[in-house]
Design a protein around this ligand. Structure first.
Ligand SMILES: *Cc1c(COP(=O)(O)O)cnc(C)c1O
Length: 222
């Protein structure tokens, strides 16, 4: 068994069966992705559109890969993303949601979406502060062409374990609150990365997005 296969197997052993493992392959070469596919992975997450499109081209023979776009999506790239991804995880503004809704209304592609939320103040991260999302729910509900599946979050760096757990739980509580007051069904919680996925799972994550723990450290980007 290769190291990669062993790492994948170890993660699968740890995850409850209802939690989907998304392999985050930004900066990972297509031949390594192919090996990961060979080891059983089918869900791949990319955060840069151009890089993702090139890899989709190179791996198009692996036709049952489910591609997840997990990065910040600019409105002007929404059309490409909607055509090429089964999931879009980081819908982080009403403007982007409305643009995706318009595109979905015109075409026949309906990717599954998550709304990115910020349980804590974090100027470096995109996403809805909770009060703003609650306030904008009526407009989101009018986006009837969207297939909104759940919430997504990325926590700020440097939190303690108890702070991370509390923040992940707050995202789950927000989803429950929205389900009670709105027709949106938010069954999915996309949360947890290499450093904090155990806590995310403890708090109810249904999808974890793992990069470094599977593929090793990425080269530093300037
Ligand atoms: C890079 C990235 C991940 C994976 O992070 P690791 O620490 O490598 O596991 C998860 N989610 C998003 C949105 C990312 O950009």
């Amino acid at each position: 068994m290769s190291d990669l296969q062993a790492r994948i197997a170890r993660i699968y052993e740890q995850l409850p069966p209802h939690v989907r493992l998304i392999a985050v392959t930004k900066q990972v070469a297509p031949d390594i992705m192919r090996a990961a596919y060979g080891a059983g992975l089918r869900d791949f997450g990319e955060s840069k559109l151009q890089e993702a499109l090139e890899k989709q081209q190179q791996l198009q023979d692996l036709s049952d890969i489910r591609w997840h776009f997990i990065g910040h999506l600019q409105t002007n790239k929404a059309k490409k993303a909607i055509a090429q991804f089964e999931w879009i995880h980081a819908v982080d503004s009403l403007k982007l949601a409305q643009r995706l809704n318009d595109l979905a209304a015109q075409g026949d592609r309906h990717p599954k979406l998550c709304l990115q939320v910020k349980p804590l103040e974090d100027p470096q991260k995109y996403g809805w502060p909770f009060p703003q999302l609650l306030q904008e729910l009526p407009q989101l509900e009018q986006c009837t062409h969207l297939d909104i599946q759940g919430l997504m979050t990325i926590l700020p760096l440097g939190l303690s374990e108890s702070e991370s757990l509390a923040a992940f739980r707050a995202v789950g509580d927000l989803a429950a609150q929205i389900i009670r007051r709105s027709p949106l069904t938010l069954g999915e919680l996309s949360m947890g990365m290499s450093g904090d996925y155990r806590l995310a799972v403890q708090a109810g994550a249904t999808m974890v997005r793992l990069g470094r723990i599977l593929f090793g450290d990425r080269p530093q980007t300037p």
